[in-house]
Write a protein that binds this ligand. Structure first.
Ligand code: G3I
Length: 330
């Protein structure tokens, strides 16, 4: 018999999965058996839930919220303010001019208030701002319409609006490349400055889009240690472990090799061992999918390439990686 991952990890942290309407149907037994938290992969994003001014499209997100509730799962909200998947109208002003700062912040407030209020009591925490820090940092925020038109404090404002709409919600700053020390330092300075201004921020999301090769366990440990110094809870929000090394650009593979599967299992074993060490600050580990029949990594970053990043295979059977993270828990 296959033990339940969520039950094995009850003493540690929640086990989450990102879903869309298709996978929520095709993976429903697997989701119910092994995951106690859900995230909408796309359906709570601005362009999906608020496609036009004054028009909200709740249906898909509502179905995900209903599925979570009827299976006794928690629900994370992803995401309120992002440079990506945000419709153009948000940034447009009168007569084709860019929106003014006031208009943009008013729209942001209206959006956050509507979305957070609707899922109040159902979504326990939000990725309020996603990926606002530049990759090759220097010391800049990511260039985006939010930054350009509203200025740097769009971030503080987003957190304040979310907190007003649901004072109970756990509010996260979420980003990737958490193991790049330069980018991470910038994120830490950003979060500290929010804390110093009294902005309601409660957690940091480390996306965790990793691969066979990196980041190393030492690098991940350092990320946890540095972020933990901020005194906030941490979550892994979008975990997947690509079976390819960074430099591997091969396409056309129709199944992973035995060696890939073995190395991936070792990576999962080490990474989950580390996660368990940090159970005091780490409250959830969410995979960016649930099983290898669907992943956003198919075609990314190499077109025409499939990937197999999870601990369940395309038939929803446990892979060697599953047994590595399921066995040997104290
Ligand atoms: O829904 C349309 C469909 O109508 C259309 O026919 C099709 C044609 O390309 O596109 C579909 O939309 C795609 C959507 O996924 C749904 O599949 C978009 O093109 C595609 O860009 C979008 O990708 C999503 C990506 O975010 C966008 O940046 C991925 O599914 C989603 O997994 C990914 O998730 C992000 C997190 O939100 C933030 N962190 C990184 C992570 C991975 O990129």
């Amino acid at each position: 018999p296959v033990p339940s991952l969520k039950e094995l990890y009850l003493p540690y942290f929640d086990i989450g999965a990102a879903v869309n309407l298709r996978t929520m149907e095709s993976q429903k037994e697997l989701l119910a058996a092994h995951y106690n938290s859900l995230t909408a992969e796309n359906d709570m994003k601005f362009e999906r839930i608020h496609p036009q001014e004054g028009v909200y499209a709740w249906e898909a997100a509502d179905r995900i919220a209903d599925f979570a509730a009827s299976n006794g799962m928690k629900l994370r909200g992803h995401t309120l303010v992002w440079h990506n998947q945000t419709p153009d109208w948000v940034f447009e002003g009168e007569g084709g001019a860019p929106a003014s700062r006031d208009t943009l912040l008013a729209r942001m407030k209206e959006h956050i208030t509507a979305v957070v209020s609707r899922y109040k009591g159902r979504v326990y925490g939000w990725d309020v701002v996603n990926e606002a820090v530049e990759d090759q940092s220097g010391d800049r925020l990511r260039q985006s319409k939010w930054l350009e038109l509203a200025g740097e404090d769009f971030i503080a404002n987003a957190f304040r609006f979310a907190h007003e709409a649901d004072p109970e919600a756990v509010l996260f700053y979420n980003d990737y490349n958490e193991c790049n020390p330069e980018k991470r330092d910038h994120i830490i300075r950003l979060v500290q400055s929010l804390q110093n201004q009294g902005v309601p921020i409660h957690g940091i999301g480390l996306q965790g889009h990793w691969n066979l090769h990196g980041p190393t366990i030492g690098m991940i440990r350092e990320a946890f240690e540095r972020y933990a110094e901020l005194g906030l809870q941490l979550q892994i929000t979008e975990l997947d472990i690509s079976v390819f090394d960074q430099a591997d650009r091969r396409t056309g593979l129709t199944a992973p090799s035995a060696e890939m599967i073995e190395r991936q299992a070792e990576r999962y074993e080490q990474i989950f061992g580390l996660f368990r060490e940090f159970k005091e600050v780490l409250t959830a580990v969410t995979f960016w999918g649930a099983a290898d029949d669907y992943t956003w990594l198919n075609d990314f970053p190499v077109r025409g390439r499939r990937n197999w990043p999870f601990v369940f295979d395309a038939n929803h059977q446990p892979k060697p990686a599953f047994w590595k993270i399921a066995n040997g828990l104290e």
